[in-house]
Design a protein around this ligand. Structure first.
Ligand code: GDP
Ligand code: MG
Ligand code: ZN
Length: 293
């Protein structure tokens, strides 16, 4: 039975890519019965029908499964944040990083619209903060064509998903990096009868050998799901590093005595804004937990 990868899901059809072509497939009814839905990014086995269509018979095991955007087997998340319009939102960046760490995804932070930057140094402390934690940070401008080359290298051989608020320049970035894709993305939106920039369904676009990218409407919902208060610090790379030296093993770094994290903040070893976000998120996951039980 042939194998392929789902590159698009739309109106009950799954578009399955093999080395030769794309098949328009339906899923066996049994999936629905079991409460399983095939996802974009899924590797599947299918029965071809008449050369262009088929029926999905089996979903191969997933390495990663994201809910919003609904996509499987992602290797890399590209988090796009604009310097201005909309204003750089570090709270949202830290929130996304928690979800990324939880999902164990590789990630790249892209700071966009650098042509709007008035002073170089405005961005330096931000990029330094995240680079120190081991996250690659790329400063780009789609208007000026700055910063693409290194970013492209990251995408080789991977399934990547681009995420970020609406208007930060995700589609512009993809079009600027891969000019030949513009047509494809335009085509898809036209067929849907929506504006050129509406990217509402998830689709994997081939950008090179074994390299695919999905332009998504962004992580529309960013709640922390089932994250427990005790695990939150492990999703902050900088905080979890400091927490090795906390006196209490289960220290949650808000009120405890001899907390190495709080000490690091007051010593200037740990970014204060990151710690503030940690405290906010901790409150949120505690409240969610109380509400649930
Ligand atoms: N100044 C500036 N504007 C940009 C840049 N990239 C995108 N934009 C503008 O930002 C708006 C949103 O861009 P778009 O790519 O649709 O954002 P998306 O919603 O994240 O896909 C559009 O008006 C773009 O022209 C950039 O590098 N510099
Ligand atoms: Mg877009
Ligand atoms: Zn502590």
């Amino acid at each position: 039975m042939p194998e392929g990868m789902i590159v698009k899901a739309l109106a009950g059809f799954y578009y399955v890519r093999t080395a030769e072509r794309v098949y328009q497939c339906k899923a066996r009814g049994v999936f629905k019965k079991r409460g399983i839905s095939p996802l974009v990014g899924d590797r599947i086995r299918f029965t071809p029908i008449g050369g262009q269509e088929g029926v999905i018979e089996e979903i191969l095991p997933r390495s990663v499964e994201l809910i919003r955007p609904p996509i499987a087997n992602v290797d890399l998340a590209i988090l796009v944040f604009s310097y201005r319009e909309p204003e750089l939102n570090l709270r949202l960046l830290d929130r996304m990083l928690v979800l990324i760490e939880k999902a164990e995804l590789q990630t790249v932070i892209v700071l966009s619209k650098m042509d709007l930057l008035e002073q170089e140094m405005d961005m330096e402390s931000v990029s330094d903060t995240y680079r120190t934690m081991g996250y690659p940070v790329h400063l780009v401008s789609s208007n000026n064509g700055i910063g693409f080359d290194e970013l492209r290298v990251f995408l080789n051989g991977k399934i990547s998903v681009v995420a970020g608020q609406s208007g930060v320049g995700k589609s512009s970035l993809l079009n600027a990096m891969f000019p030949e894709l513009e047509l494809k993305m335009g085509e898809v939106s036209q067929k849907l009868g929506r504006g050129r920039h509406t990217t509402r369904h998830v689709e994997l676009i081939e950008i090179g050998p074994d390299s695919f990218i999905a332009d998504t409407p962004g992580f529309s919902q960013l709640d922390f799901g089932d994250i427990q208060p005790a695990e939150l610090d492990s999703y902050f790379r900088d905080i979890s590093l400091q927490s090795q030296d906390c006196y209490y093993r289960g220290c949650q770094h808000d009120r405890e005595e001899d907390c190495a994290v709080r000490k690091a903040v007051s010593d200037g070893q740990l970014n204060e804004l990151r710690y503030q976000h940690y405290l906010e998120f901790l409150k949120e996951v505690r409240e969610t937990k109380e509400g649930r039980y």
